[in-house]
Design a binder for this molecule. Structure first.
Ligand code: FAD
Length: 387
């Protein structure tokens, strides 16, 4: 896009986002107009729209911010397009959304700000967004939604469950990627989960799920699941994985169920003959939070390139945890005590490593700060989007 068009878009967006409510009123209005004009569109969205407004605003903000780096915008829109395949989106949907967005922006900007040039610039940007997303949506014959049956639900901690499913059709995903998941008790409320095992032709898939207190969906995924129920999964996304082109050894850092995508990568590596060295730090608050140590130990025992270092913030389990603490299996590094980021950084800056960090958004940020303070080159650090 031309720089004047980019600057028109930025100026209007900045003015709207500077409103007292941070632009939330604009997105609420957008959905009201959309659903009033195109009632059929309501079915695509969840019953509770609370987070939807933030998501739309975040996506537009990201695009506006990066409009002068089209490669970045393009790869973001490709992911967004792939993610939207689950909704069965067509060109008509984009026409409805694009038209509604223009109408909403115009209404909020007012006649002074919404000049002919501004109108043209936004239309150009919206056409570009629709073209890239539709291109990606139509690019593949793979299904928009995979269906699967829960075959096992294992409560490994009070707030963590391992759920195994048999998919009707195998899904081809890279170890380290994540997928959208929707469960029958929370229809259309998709949440991202990272498969904990590599893709396989038999269509088996496993998720490790933590209940977020006050969350809409995760409590139902952890407690209310019964074998036989049917889940929907959407196309794989994300770019975590071992980049073999760098030739560098790997540092993997997992907090809680963040172990899932790293474990999938390690399992995939274990099927290969030649691998870089991997140091995996796996952390939790209490020793009992390290629910997957046995599997990790088995992997480390048979793969000399892998070192697993368990870390917990507390030395003993909470009084209300009645199961015996998991013993660090013989042959595995002793469990270390401390905050995960601090413990990892105590070993040095790890400047010669490719680094992946997986956990809740705040944990990932904290670990990044610790490493940055130690001198770790941030270009070597990767993580999933933090939302
Ligand atoms: C790329 C990606 C991969 C993910 N993989 C997994 C996975 O393998 N296993 C897993 O259990 N979860 C995973 N998540 C988190 C998951 O998608 C949900 O965000 C989480 O389960 C909360 O959903 P909810 O509906 O219960 O909470 P919401 O109703 O969506 O949110 C309720 C509140 O909790 C906060 N919140 C949301 N997520 C978290 C979180 N992770 N930690 C702390 N607070 C949070 C929200 O900001 C909000 O304030 C992943 C998220 C992303 C972005």
């Amino acid at each position: 896009m031309e720089s004047t068009a980019v600057s028109h878009i930025r100026t209007t967006f900045k003015a709207l986002a500077a409103a007292d409510d941070g632009g939330i009123g604009v997105t609420r209005s957008f959905y009201s107009i959309l659903f009033a004009k195109y009632p059929g569109m309501r079915e695509i969205f969840p019953a509770v729209m609370e987070m939807q407004a933030d998501r739309l605003l975040d996506a537009i903000a990201y695009i506006v911010e990066n409009l002068d780096d089209m490669d970045k915008v393009q790869s973001f829109l490709v992911q967004l397009g792939r993610d939207h395949r689950r909704y069965g989106i067509t060109e008509d949907h984009f026409i409805a959304v694009g038209g509604t967005l223009i109408a909403t922006l115009e209404r909020f900007a007012g006649t002074e700000l919404w000049t002919e040039e501004v109108d043209l610039a936004w239309r150009e940007a919206i056409a570009l967004i629709a073209a890239v997303m539709l291109g990606e949506i139509n690019a593949s014959d793979a299904p928009g939604v995979w269906t699967g049956t829960v075959v096992e639900h294992k409560q490994v901690l009070q707030d963590v469950a391992i759920v195994r499913l048999q998919l009707d059709q195998p899904m081809s995903y890279g170890a380290g990627q994540y997928v959208g998941v929707s469960v029958p008790s929370r229809p259309r409320m998709w949440r991202y989960l990272s498969p904990a095992i590599p893709a396989n032709d038999a269509g088996q898939i496993e998720f490790h799920i933590r209940r977020v207190a006050g969350g809409w969906v995760s409590p139902a995924m952890v407690r209310g699941v019964t074998p036989g129920e049917r889940w929907n999964l959407s196309a794989p996304l994300g770019s975590l994985g071992v980049d073999r082109t760098t030739g560098r050894d790997q540092l993997m850092i997992a907090s809680g169920t963040g172990i899932a995508p790293l474990r999938a990568q390690i399992m995939e590596m274990a099927m290969r003959g030649n691998n870089p060295r991997v140091h995996l730090f796996v952390g939790g608050t209490y020793p009992c939070d390290l629910y997957d140590l046995e599997t990790l130990w088995q992997l480390a025992r048979t793969n000399p390139w892998l070192t697993v270092i368990p870390v917990s913030e507390e030395t003993v389990n909470p009084w209300w945890h009645t199961d015996p603490a998991p013993v660090t299996p013989p042959g595995m590094s002793e469990r270390l005590t401390g905050k995960l980021g601090e413990v990892v950084a105590e070993f040095g800056a790890w400047e010669d490593r490719d680094i992946q960090i997986v956990g809740s958004p705040s944990t990932v940020q904290t670990i990044k700060y610790r490493l940055q303070a130690k001198g770790t080159p941030m270009d070597n650090v990767r993580h999933d989007p933090l939302f």
